[in-house]
Design a protein around this ligand. Structure first.
Ligand SMILES: NC(=O)C1=CN([C@@H]2O[C@H](COP(=O)(O)OP(=O)(O)OC[C@H]3O[C@@H](n4cnc5c(N)ncnc54)[C@H](O)[C@@H]3O)[C@@H](O)[C@H]2O)C=CC1
Ligand SMILES: CC(C)CC(=O)C(=O)O
Length: 365
């Protein structure tokens, strides 16, 4: 990968490589755009096959956060970290403390939180070194694990998508196929089960599927089978790029609505789904509940206020469908337009001079 070429094409601001020999930390912080505010996005720990794959993931996820935060109406930019390593066997206290010190070094340009492979305990370790971390548990005004709130937002947005696809947002009796039943999807399945939906689930983790089967009566299928099952709604809740040339022709669902980041392998797959008549719910509009929740921590966490904002996901998703229908464009393009327009409006208004502590005029006073 030609890194600067890639950064120029998609307009990235900064890429930071962090290394700590003692703890084994190898982290990549990607900051995409800070027009709206400091970049907020989680830290993913994963066993990448190559360093290039890790860099690419950090860059793609950071850009997704710019769009997610903008579409959710947050005054935050987009960034993300990946830590290379196995979250089950390679974590240690010093690693997250060392990482916290790197974040502190960015002086607030980047604020982190949980993502796949990291936990509230990891964020608490980071918090020992820096204030620029959210999703912590160790102080009053902390918001803790964002996954259940992400799940609630996905559930609400899925109802808006059902309304678009089936004319009603009632999920009672609908069949939902869920790929990956981890932290977010387990909670999503609970909401769906409570509303009377039938669940088909898969995961590479046998314990995760057993829990969904035992608690929610879910039918369990093998990981590759999930694309072929008969269902009304398909919910990708594992990792990215699972909507691609191989899988889209196999999917029978009328509606796609899931928690995973970067579900489309590339934006052309949004067009493919649009032409196929499938209602694709743009991932970053749907799964913004977690970031909305942790962002509230920056004001001293208030759960009622955070949940009120998470409820807006239903309307945000509906608005995306409205633009898509009105302009006959794929839903992913409609969502991008919504986010980009907000960033551009703010860029314009911020270009006007405002006196502050740091401006040159301060020297004259
Ligand atoms: N945790 C949160 O608050 C948020 C999470 N997301 C995204 O949602 C997705 C899920 O996140 P979490 O639930 O936190 O992660 P998680 O790691 O708890 O769950 C992911 C699950 O997917 C399974 N999985 C991985 N590869 C698979 C495959 N090929 N087939 C079937 N299952 C597979 C894993 O075994 C795991 O159980 C991720 O893409 C994440 O970036 C997005 C916004 C917020
Ligand atoms: C997990 C969230 C708190 C932030 C994030 O990184 C995301 O929404 O993908």
């Amino acid at each position: 990968m030609e890194i600067f070429n890639y950064m120029e094409t998609y307009d990235y601001e900064q890429l930071v490589f962090c290394h700590d020999k003692t703890s084994g930390l190898k982290a990549i912080i990607a900051i995409h755009d800070t027009t709206l505010g400091p970049a907020l996005g989680g830290t993913r720990m994963w066993t990448y096959k190559t360093e290039e794959e890790a860099v690419e993931d950090a860059l793609r996820l950071a850009k997704g956060m710019t769009y997610k935060n903008a579409a959710a109406g947050l005054n935050l930019g987009g960034g993300k970290t990946v830590i290379i390593g196995d979250p089950k066997t390679e974590k240690n206290e010093e690693m997250f403390r060392a990482f916290g010190r790197y974040i502190q070094g960015l002086s607030g340009r980047y604020i982190t939180a949980e993502d796949v492979g990291t936990t509230v305990q990891d964020m608490d370790l980071i918090y020992q070194e820096t204030n620029f971390v959210t999703g912590i548990s160790s102080t009053s005004g902390a918001s803790g694990n964002p996954s259940p709130i992400t799940a609630y937002g996905v559930y609400r947005g899925m109802k808006a998508a059902a309304k678009e696809g089936f004319g009603t947002d009632d999920l009672n009796g609908r069949t939902v196929a869920v790929q990956g039943v981890g932290n977010v999807a387990y909670n999503l399945c609970r909401y769906l089960h409570e509303e009377g939906a039938n669940l088909i689930v898969t995961d590479i983790n046998k314990e995760a599927v057993a829990r969904a089967r035992d608690e929610f009566g879910a039918r369990v299928v093998e990981p590759d089978e999930i694309y072929d099952v008969d269902c009304d709604i398909y919910a990708p809740c594992a990792l990215g790029a699972t909507l691609n040339d191989d899988t889209i022709p196999r999917i029978k669902a009328k509606v796609i609505a899931g928690a995973a980041n970067n579900q489309l392998k590339d934006s052309s797959h949004g067009e493919t789904l649009h032409k196929k008549g499938v209602i694709y719910t743009p991932d970053y509009v749907l799964n913004a509940g977690g970031v909305i929740n942790v962002a509230d921590e920056l004001n001293g966490y208030n759960k009622d206020r955070a949940m009120k904002k998470v409820e807006t996901i239903y309307d945000n998703v509906s608005q995306v469908f409205e633009i898509s229908r009105r302009d006959n464009i794929p839903t992913n393009e409609a969502a991008d337009r919504l986010a980009e327009e907000r960033i551009e409006r703010m860029r314009h208004s911020r270009s006007q001079f405002l006196q502050s502590e740091k401006h040159i005029l301060k020297n004259r006073i």
